[in-house]
Design a protein around this ligand. Structure first.
Ligand code: PEP
Length: 248
């Protein structure tokens, strides 16, 4: 199975011109990365134009965030159908940078349900802010998962991708070991099984948090995840190309 790699550009780059340049470099890199299924999540304002200039099949597009509501008085918001119309097949839900701005787990759960109903695959992000030895991070992640999956019918569980992203590991040099991620992979599966039944064993889990060209391959090989969500390295064309080509 191909590794799922999500390139989360966040609020970068500054211009459409630079976005096209970055996208062209990403597309070129994806052509030799045969074991990778790439999902590019550019800022929404660049999405339609980037989608329109791509004729291949290797890259899919994601919105970085949407509302759950179908339309109405939500200044600044983007609906799922608008994102889909612009070319998004996926949507990142509950990213920690959105949660830090007030998006709740309950809202994330509503977006997950609305995305499934709209035919857009949700990538639900969960992850604790910090870790202590007392293991509180497990209950934190459990609550985020339970709220995120609250409205999902058991038959649709496997249509949701889960991105486990410990907030303390995002954007820096600190990353999690594949061994610790393996423990978390098992915990996430058990939690979904507990909430939704046996189908939870088959959920697809991605890891995100300071993934680089040196730690991507071991994480994929040793932790039980099926993919990676990559932030800052995805906007450095050279590093991102090295990363996806390190995956065989
Ligand atoms: C992210 O934004 O979800 C992320 C994982 O970022 P980074 O790779 O920069 O840690």
């Amino acid at each position: 199975m191909k590794a799922i790699i999500v390139a989360n550009w966040k609020m970068n780059p500054a211009t459409m011109r630079e976005a096209k340049k970055l996208f062209d470099a990403t597309r070129e890199a994806s052509e030799s990365a045969r074991n990778v299924g790439l999902i590019v999540a550019p800022p929404a304002i660049f999405l339609r134009e980037l989608r329109a200039r791509y004729k291949g099949k290797r890259i899919a597009f994601a919105a970085q965030s949407t509302n759950a509501e179908a339309g109405g008085a939500f200044t600044g918001g983007i609906s799922l159908l608008q994102a889909k119309d612009a070319g998004a097949q996926y949507v990142i839900v509950g990213h920690s940078e959105r949660r830090a701005k007030g998006e709740t787990s309950e809202e994330a759960g509503k977006i997950v349900v609305a995305a499934l109903a709209s035919g857009v695959t949700p990538i639900l992000c969960v992850g604790e802010l910090s870790r202590t030895h007392s293991g509180e991070h497990f209950s934190f992640v459990r609550e985020q998962l339970q709220a995120g999956f609250a409205g999902v019918e058991p038959g649709k569980i496997v249509k949701v991708l889960i991105a486990y992203e410990p907030v303390w590991a995002i954007g820096g040099e600190k990353t999690m070991s594949p061994h610790d991620m393996h423990e978390m992979t098992i915990f996430i599966k058990k939690t979904i099984v507990g909430a939704k039944g046996e189908a939870g064993m088959n959920v697809k889990i991605l890891y995100g948090g300071s993934t680089t060209e040196s730690n991507a391959a071991p994480m994929l090989q040793e932790s039980g995840v099926v993919g990676l969500l990559v932030g800052h390295v995805s906007i450095d064309a050279y590093r991102f190309s090295t990363l996806i080509n390190s995956l065989g």
